[in-house]
Write a protein that binds this ligand. Structure first.
Ligand code: NDP
Length: 304
């Protein structure tokens, strides 16, 4: 039976550590603060941001939720970011994506002071990460490394194959695994004979955005699979393709009319030695790492 890498338990351990750090910073009169900018009313974004703000409260961080309307302009948001950059009570600035079409998201993300860029998306932090200098690393890939390390999955010298090359997940995950001395291959939509490449993976990271894309024949028996994907499926056909006979899922699907599947077909997990489930794998780490990054930013900004 493959081992299930429990993201909820790992995230909870990290959050406890963060709460401990927040407590010892409080003794020095420091309270790390996160500004969360939530534009308009995208339901998924509202859920994510509320959960981030709630986690700040749970762990003792200060948070400021700012909710501009979806008619906001790039200039107005730039003005807001400049003000947040200058505020001493704010250590981390998070701008929840996606932004409305009229907003120049890149311009905005580049305006965040790199030392407050707790999402790790600023080119300065991407460059620092690549150069192996202390940096605020993007939360989801940083969470992938935490899962592997805290589950004692060997990384040094292992073949790590990452499917997906986004700036948010694939590329930084590759860089972090390289720094951990894995032998790293990055795949994308133009990769030739993808299954032949993924079958070389001791650690297979799927960050594609396509439900159940990684099938059993793409996996080396005994590999560790990290499934970053989060895809909501609503059709009965899709449900049957991934979860036929799964009673627990059937109950969720019947109740909500949808369920979540990762980028890896559940059948592929069966031949792995360990895998992250969806939900309950990588997802919970993202918020935990955001909290860890905010505390780190607070310390770095004060030279601690
Ligand atoms: P992007 O859409 O930005 O990137 C997807 C990547 O997958 C691209 O590099 C693309 O290649 C590659 N790809 C697409 N189709 C194929 C194919 N047929 N064969 C090989 N590669 C392919 O997605 P993200 O990186 O933002 O997200 C990936 C997944 O992770 C999504 O499911 C997303 O929901 C999830 N996610 C989960 C998070 C969490 O907290 N757990 C956080 C962030 C994302 P190319 O570059 O050539 O187009």
């Amino acid at each position: 039976m493959p081992r299930i890498l429990d993201g909820i338990a790992i995230a909870s351990a990290i959050k406890q550590e963060v709460a401990g750090e927040v407590k010892s910073l409080a003794e020095k009169g420091i309270r790390p603060g996160l500004a969360a900018v939530l534009v308009g009313h995208v339901p998924a974004s509202e859920i994510y941001v509320r959960s981030k703000v709630q986690t700040c409260a749970d762990l003792g961080l200060y948070s400021d939720l700012i909710t501009p309307p979806d008619t906001v302009t790039t200039e107005e948001l730039l003005d807001l970011v400049h003000k947040l950059n200058a505020r001493d009570d704010i250590d981390g600035i998070l701008i929840q994506l996606p932004l409305p079409a009229q907003v120049d998201a890149k311009l905005l993300l580049d305006a965040i002071a790199p030392e407050k860029d707790v999402d790790g998306f600023h080119p300065v932090n991407a460059g620092r990460l690549q150069a192996g200098r202390p940096a605020l690393a993007p939360c989801t890939p940083a969470g992938v490394i935490e899962i592997l390390k805290r589950s004692d999955v060997p990384i040094v010298g292992q073949n790590a194959v990452i499917v997906g090359r986004s700036d948010i997940v694939g590329k930084p995950a590759a860089m972090l695994l390289l720094h951990q001395n894995a032998t790293v291959t990055i795949c994308h939509s133009k990769t030739r004979d993808l299954p032949a490449v993924t079958r070389q993976a001791d650690i297979l990271v799927a960050a594609i955005g396509r439900p159940g894309f990684i099938t059993p024949e793409m996996v080396k028996p005994g590999a560790t699979i990290i499934d970053v994907g989060i895809n909501r499926i609503t059709s009965r056909d899709d449900f049957d393709r991934f979860f036929a006979g799964n009673e627990k899922r059937e109950a969720t699907f019947a109740k909500r009319g949808s369920t979540i599947v990762g980028d890896v077909h559940p059948k592929a997990f069966e031949i792995a030695s360990a895998y992250t489930p969806v939900p309950g794998g990588v997802g919970p780490l993202t918020i935990a790492m955001l909290m860890a990054n905010t505390v780190r930013a607070a310390k770095m900004r004060r030279g601690l």
